[in-house]
Each structure stands twice: as structure tokens, then as C-alpha cells.
Design a protein around this ligand. Structure first.
Ligand code: NAD
Ligand code: MG
Length: 387
């Protein structure tokens, strides 16, 4: 029985994780559930899965959750600091980080320090502070299992290849809803259009990131830290069907790919079951429905976020942290109709150019860079760029 703390249980990954847990009742058990504001779903999940602890992020919602769960022998806590506490309780073996954005960093650092294994969906954590995370993992001898489908694919391709160096990896990208569009066409796209992903149903932030190719940019940086790669060893190829989830090329030229229908339950379960594979009833791939798997180069002139992420990766230091914070603010502003789709990369780039570069940041430097980038983005909105 693997005992799991699930951070962000009401989100897309969180709900699918609970489907996996429910489908393997003799393998997995959740001992912690957390959510930011969706009180009703959090309570429903707590009553169904009977965790020991529940955390509601927004403190003003604490009373509402407590009232229902008080008599159920479930401890209720509130606030961001509570996330850092619950990941450390002795019952927890593995923490699945399915919360979105920079908020995942601190609880993940605390969990690793407490010797808990990590199943990482929250890619922003590795983007912001990949060096801190990887150093801590070594120090505390804990494992980090990728949940992101591309990284799970690479991880699966590497099983049994421990002594064989990687020549390069090729991350596949669906291309999102705007694949093939020109800059002129992108100038007026709406958030409703951006939120319609062709292959995956996900939370709002990652769906916008997928439309702008920032998601692939964040994944490139995530891959660097997970697999200890140089920027030149990471390539991106657009594969609109999302069947090949990513590819590893070895030094003899041989390539290994991992395939399957686009269903996040597969990588979620593997991150929890590794090195075993548990039988599932998820739908199977049907060749008849996919007569052609196709590939094309990403258009980084139109979708500049991917180029910006490669730039941040090459610069290293606090630059990926600045990129991430600027992007989080840009995506939120786009979702609130405050800026256009093409203003996102423009503002992120201005932020990257303006803020002080730190080659070897400490945790405090990351916190400061994140704050500075958020503040600068707010200032930039006051004088929006015209297209
Ligand atoms: P989501 O928006 O659907 O869910 C986010 C969850 O985090 C919710 O439970 C929410 O209550 C919680 N949350 C939000 N803000 C928080 C905060 N400040 N503090 C604490 N909790 C907070 O997001 P998602 O699509 O499930 O994505 C979660 C993470 O997984 C992201 O980092 C994303 O990049 C990554 N990921 C998602 C998918 C996917 O298919 N959805 C695939 C790969 C990776
Ligand atoms: Mg992915």
C-alpha cells in the first residue's frame, strides 16, 4: 500500500490521480488532500477517500470545510504554510504535486527535506529552482518521478539504460489549438479559442501555456534537470496526434519512443507504481483510428515563448525563475482579458532583459526574483505595448 499526499486534488491532475487511486484500492491510499478554493469538491473527495488531513488554501474558507469534516476524524488545516506541514507527516511516503505554478516550490522543498519521494506534475517547481531541487534530492536520497507525459515517456525509455549515455531527447508537442497560424492570425485570438486544446483536457494555466508553446518551453527546462542534459541535447518536434509522448536517442543512433493514447492517468499511475506496472482498463490504442503519425518543426518565430524558454535555459541562474513568474502573470492577465495573446511573449521578454541576472541563486534569490518579475509585469501592464 503506497500512502500518498495529493497537493491540488481538485484540479485536472488531482482528479485523475484520485481516479487512479480508486481503481487500485489495494495499491494506493491518500492520506492528505489539498485544494485552493473548491470547497465542495474537496469535501466530496475527503468523504470518499477518508484522508487523515485536508488543507484548504484560502484561509477564509477554513470554517466551511471544518464544519463538515469535523466529526469525520479528518484534520482540517488552512493556508500555504499548512501545505508545508502536511507533506512532512510520518504517514506520507510520496507527495504528488498537482498544484499549479510557483506555489508548488516550497511544499516540494519541505517534502524532500523530510525524506518523502515526489511524483512531480508541478513542472514550474523544477523550472524555477531545478538546481536546489536536484541537490536536495541527492542529499536526502529521495526519488522524483515525473508525471508530465513527455518526461514520463523519457523516464520509461531509460529503464534498463542506466549505463548508456543519452545523445539527445526529443520532446513531442501537439502544437496546441493555434498550430500553423501566422502572427497576424494570432493577434486577435480570444481566450475561449486558446482554452480549446485539441488532445488534452487540462487546467486553464497549462492550456494557455500549450497554446503559446510556453508549456513546451517549461518542459524543455524541466527535462534538463530531470535527465541532467545540456540545452543542445534537447529538441522539440510537433506531433499533432499526441501518440508518441517523447523519444530518447542513444549514442549508437538508436531511438526509443513511448507511445499510447493521450491519457494522463497512465503517467500518473506509473509515477506511483514504478518500477512495476499495474493492470488497467484504460482505453487501448487503435491503429485504425490513427492511419498517420506526423511530425513538423515548431515555429518559434511565431510562437516566441519556446525560443524565450530556450534562452532562459541557456542563461541559467535565475533566468528560468524570471521567465516562469513573468509567464504566470501574463497568462493570468490574458485570462482576464487585460492583454492580448501576442503581448504575452513581448512582456515576458522585457522582464527577462530588465531584471538583474544572478548566476548561482540561493532560495532567497529565487523568492526575490519571482517577486520582482511579478511586480515588473504589473508595471508593464500600465503601459501596454501596441501591436
Ligand atoms: P488545475 O488548475 O486544474 O489544478 C490546480 C490545483 O492546484 C487545484 O486543485 C487548485 O485548488 C490547486 N491550487 C491552485 N493554486 C494554488 C495555490 N496557490 N496554492 C495551493 N494550491 C493551489 O491544474 P492542472 O491542469 O491539474 O495542473 C497542475 C500541474 O500539473 C501544473 O503544474 C501543470 O503544469 C502540471 N501538468 C498538468 C497536466 C494536465 O494534463 N492537466 C499535464 C502535465 C503537467
Ligand atoms: Mg506535458
Amino acid at each position: 500500500m503506497k500512502r500518498i499526499a495529493l497537493l491540488g486534488s481538485t484540479g485536472s491532475i488531482g482528479r485523475q490521480t484520485l481516479e487512479v487511486v480508486a481503481s487500485q484500492p489495494d495499491k494506493f491510499e491518500v492520506v492528505v488532500l489539498t485544494a485552493q478554493s473548491n470547497v465542495n469538491l474537496l469535501i466530496e473527495q475527503a468523504l470518499a477517500f477518508r484522508p487523515k488531513y485536508v488543507v484548504i488554501g484560502q484561509e477564509n474558507l477554513y470554517a466551511q470545510v471544518k464544519e463538515v469534516l469535523n466529526n469525520q476524524n479528518i484534520h482540517v488545516l488552512a493556508g500555504q504554510e499548512a501545505l508545508c506541514e502536511v507533506v512532512q507527516i510520518p504517514e506520507v511516503e510520496i507527495v504528488l504535486t498537482a498544484l499549479v505554478g510557483y506555489a508548488g516550490l516550497k511544499p516540494t522543498l519541505k517534502a524532500i527535506t523530510a525524506g518523502k519521494h515526489i511524483a512531480l506534475a508541478n513542472k514550474e517547481t523544477l523550472v524555477v529552482a531545478g538546481d536546489l531541487i536536484t541537490n536536495l534530492l541527492k542529499k536526502h536520497k529521495v526519488q522524483l518521478y515525473p508525471v508530465d507525459s513527455e518526461h514520463s515517456a523519457i523516464f520509461q525509455c531509460l529503464v534498463g539504460e542506466e549505463n548508456n549515455p543519452i545523445e539527445k531527447i526529443i520532446l513531442t508537442a501537439s502544437g496546441g489549438p493555434f498550430r500553423g497560424k501566422t502572427k497576424q492570425e494570432l493577434a486577435h485570438v480570444t481566450k475561449a479559442q486558446a482554452l480549446k486544446h485539441p488532445n488534452w483536457s487540462m487546467g486553464a494555466k497549462i492550456t494557455i501555456d500549450s497554446a503559446s508553446l510556453m508549456n513546451k518551453g517549461l518542459e524543455v527546462i524541466e527535462a534538463k534537470w530531470l535527465f541532467n542534459l545540456q540545452p543542445e541535447q534537447i529538441e522539440v518536434i510537433v506531433h499533432p496526434q499526441s501518440i508518441i509522448h517523447s523519444i530518447v536517442q542513444f549514442e549508437d543512433g538508436s531511438m526509443k519512443a513511448q507511445m499510447g493514447l493521450p491519457d494522463m492517468k497512465l503517467p500518473i499511475q506509473y509515477a506511483l507504481s514504478y518500477p512495476e506496472r499495474y493492470r488497467t482498463t484504460f482505453p487501448r490504442f487503435d491503429f485504425g483510428k490513427y492511419p498517420a503519425l506526423t511530425f513538423e518543426q515548431p515555429d518559434t518565430e511565431t510562437f516566441r515563448n519556446l525560443a524565450l524558454a530556450f534562452e532562459a535555459l541557456k542563461q541559467g541562474g535565475n533566468m528560468p525563475c524570471i521567465l516562469n513568474a513573468a509567464n504566470e502573470v501574463a497568462v493570468q492577465a490574458f485570462l482576464e482579458d487585460k492583454i492580448s495573446f501576442l503581448e504575452m511573449p513581448d512582456l515576458i521578454e522585457q522582464c527577462m532583459q530588465a531584471l538583474p541576472y544572478i548566476a548561482q541563486p540561493s532560495y532567497e534569490d529565487y523568492v526575490n526574483s519571482d517577486e520582482q518579475a511579478r511586480r515588473m509585469m504589473q508595471e508593464l501592464f500600465m503601459k501596454p505595448v501596441k501591436f
